[in-house]
Design a protein around this ligand. Structure first.
Ligand code: GTP
Ligand code: MG
Length: 198
């Protein structure tokens, strides 16, 4: 879809704060600093709609953005940030668990993996949760501008084997910085959205 008027809606921590109505959620999940907020900005063509920062672990709430009143982009809190207290981690777990387990409009999950890193245990947990939920999902490898094409290919293979992602499932390589892979990712998102409307 071509987004004309993306709007910040709300930072939610509990289900009663999620927006009402029946727009669908496309949620962005991945470890802290993987590039979720930057990818949302790249997809909607705004530099600063979603808050992105060099300081990790900033996004603790579930941030909702509406796309021309057609669907929501949902920026989920990043996991795996080491320098937070156990209490904060528990809080994060609660926020995420409630969202994943209760949000009926959750329609599509974009899972982000940093192309430079071997997927962590938490990435595996997230991936397995997605599989068991039966919700449609797209996998992206982020920050591909940081590596050569050959290294990207090699690392994508490693990501695939670590998480046991089946060969028929695409891994879309993106760089929010260079805007590569953004059109391809939009085409993938659109294919799920359009399916639903038919
Ligand atoms: P949390 O909100 O902490 O969970 O992080 P996030 O996943 O939203 O990451 P964010 O978009 O804030 O990006 C983290 C850092 O990575 C920032 O310094 C971004 O500028 C940088 N970054 C994000 N995407 C890219 C990319 O495609 N290429 C490069 N080189 N840097 C990127
Ligand atoms: Mg963020």
């Amino acid at each position: 879809m071509k987004v004309k008027n993306p709007q910040f809606v709300i930072s939610a921590v509990s289900p009663k704060q999620y927006p009402g109505g029946d727009l669908l959620d496309v949620a962005f999940a991945g470890r802290s600093n993987v590039g979720k907020s930057s990818l949302i900005n790249a997809l909607v063509g705004r530099k600063k709609l979603a808050y992105s920062s060099a300081t990790q672990g900033k996004t603790r709430q579930i941030n909702y953005y509406s796309l021309d009143d057609e669907l929501y982009f949902v920026d989920l809190p990043g996991y795996g940030y080491a320098a937070v207290s156990k209490e904060e981690k528990n809080q994060w777990g609660k926020v995420m668990e409630q969202y994943l387990n209760t949000r009926k409009q959750l329609y599509l999950i974009i899972m982000l993996l940093d192309v430079r890193r071997v997927p962590s245990e938490e990435d595996s947990i997230m991936y397995r949760w997605i599989l068991s939920s039966g919700i449609d999902y797209i996998i992206t490898a982020t920050k591909t501008d940081k590596l050569s094409r050959a290294q990207v290919n090699e690392n994508v293979k490693k990501i695939r084997s670590t998480l046991q992602i089946p060969p028929e499932k695409d891994i879309i390589c993106v760089s929010s910085e260079k805007r590569t892979g953004i059109d391809e990712l939009w085409a993938a998102i659109d294919s799920y959205i359009t399916d639903d409307k038919e």
